[in-house]
Design a binder for this molecule. Structure first.
Ligand code: NCD
Length: 334
């Protein structure tokens, strides 16, 4: 497959491409590799528009999804991506598998490796679980589909693709991410990808929901390119992209926010607030939404790019599966 030669964003060094066996996060991914994956995803996206949505690129490959936390769009889009590339895709969930009988994650993964799985896509409540498997499995690639509150690299890649589709360049773009950053694995991966692409990130939301590890002890952002502005009406001014995050009730302690009503009043993405952003600014949400809380229904089902994100999720996951497996023997996108 041919890809556009990646041009580095101003001030960003293009790193040389290394063949990659696992995709665990974007923290070790430079602009050049991100560009290669997104270019590949653009080519893959074209397959989605064909009447026969299938190419033979990964024929004979075995892709396993092991989702031990709930998921709709991520699980289905990995499955769809694998099937569109002609891989054999097998889905395993927590209930109905030996995980329910108390089998350890490692033993489950070793069993799946012994069945000659080429790729294991894992979602797990424990941060770090995919890293542990990547270290333990010799013959199977591991893809992180979301680990605890840590990382969600394919969500970040699909977010970057969606932004790249609309903005001339991500270099210099202002991206405002609003809400429960503390519990969000999406925001952490997004930050790495956005900063590598030369964008600036402003986090906004209740101070109790801003991750302290992003701040140095004096309360200033410790990552270059990342700012914190709790007041959304200030943060949103001149934004190119506004992204709402879901309030992750399942990971929250009590007392993290005043009340849903107060949250909605201060941090909901609505039409009035969007007038403070740049005209035509993108409105994004990784889903699932608490509709009417983080974002108004009219924006979510109106001018927002949320469904584009979902479509791009399939294309990006096709690109990731293809890139990880093409090292083993490849195949062409025909
Ligand atoms: C996200 C996740 O699971 O981290 N959802 C997704 O994959 N699209 C965000 C969330 O659950 O809020």
């Amino acid at each position: 497959m041919t890809t556009r030669a990646p041009a580095a964003a101003p001030g960003i060094e293009a790193t040389s491409l290394q063949p990659r066996r696992h995709l665990l996060d974007l923290d070790d991914m430079g602009f050049a590799e991100i560009t290669t994956i997104l270019d590949s995803a653009e080519a893959m996206r074209e397959v989605l528009h064909r009447s026969i949505k299938k190419v033979p690129s990964l024929r004979g490959k075995v892709v396993l999804t092991l989702f031990l936390e709930p998921s709709t769009r991520t699980r289905v889009s990995f499955e769809q991506a694998g099937k569109m590339l002609s891989a054999d895709v097998i889905n395993i969930g927590g209930s109905g598998s030996s995980a329910e009988k108390g089998e350890s994650l490692l033993n489950t993964a070793l069993t799946l490796q012994a069945m000659h799985a080429d790729i294991l896509i894992i979602r797990h409540e424990a941060s770090g679980a995919p890293y542990f498997l990547a270290r333990s499995l010799e013959n199977t690639s591991v893809v992180n589909a979301g680990d605890g509150r840590h990382a969600h690299p394919t969500q970040a890649l699909l977010d970057l693709l969606t932004m790249r589709d609309h903005l001339e360049s991500l270099a210099g773009a202002k991206v405002v991410i609003v809400g429960d950053a503390l519990h969000s694995r999406v925001v952490r991966s997004d930050i790495f990808g956005l900063v590598a692409s030369g964008a600036s990130v402003t986090l906004s939301g209740p101070p109790t929901m801003i991750p302290l590890d992003l701040l140095n002890p004096r309360g200033a952002p410790s990552l270059p390119g990342v700012a914190v502005e709790p007041d959304l009406d200030t943060a949103i001014v001149d934004a190119d992209v506004v992204m709402a995050l879901r309030i992750q009730k399942e990971r929250q302690d009590a007392g993290m926010m005043p009340s849903l009503r107060e949250y909605t009043r201060r941090w909901q993405i609505n039409e009035d607030r969007m007038r403070l952003a740049k005209p035509g600014a993108l409105i994004m949400h990784p889903g699932p939404m608490n509709e009417g809380v983080e974002i108004t229904s009219s924006l979510a089902h109106g001018s927002a790019q949320i469904e584009e994100q979902v479509t791009n999720g399939v294309a990006v996951r096709m690109a990731v599966l293809y890139q990880l497996l093409q090292g083993s023997d490849g195949g062409s996108l025909t």
